[in-house]
Design a protein. Structure first.
Length: 80
């Protein structure tokens, strides 16, 4: 008897928020105020511990003069 295991895939992401903030000399608080969130939200985003809404991702990309695709790098993690 052959047993097939289902592969699970999860999307993980990294961000370039910290790098791009530095380019424009913005603090976490500065960026947070510009996009209408708390500083902690930016902190969690930078650490990859928070998935932003599409609207928030768009606002951050606009402030940092980039695209969502350039701002967030998605990686597929596959496990058994």
């Amino acid at each position: 008897m052959v047993l097939w295991q289902k592969r699970r895939s999860a999307m993980r992401f990294k961000t370039r928020i910290k790098e791009l903030r530095a380019r424009y000399d913005l603090t976490q608080d500065d960026l947070a105020k510009k996009v209408g969130v708390r500083r902690e939200t930016i902190l969690y985003l930078e650490k990859g511990k928070y998935n932003p809404s599409l609207i928030l991702a768009h606002k951050i990309a606009q402030v940092l003069k980039t695209s969502i695709d350039e701002l967030f790098i998605f990686e597929e993690k596959t496990s058994l």
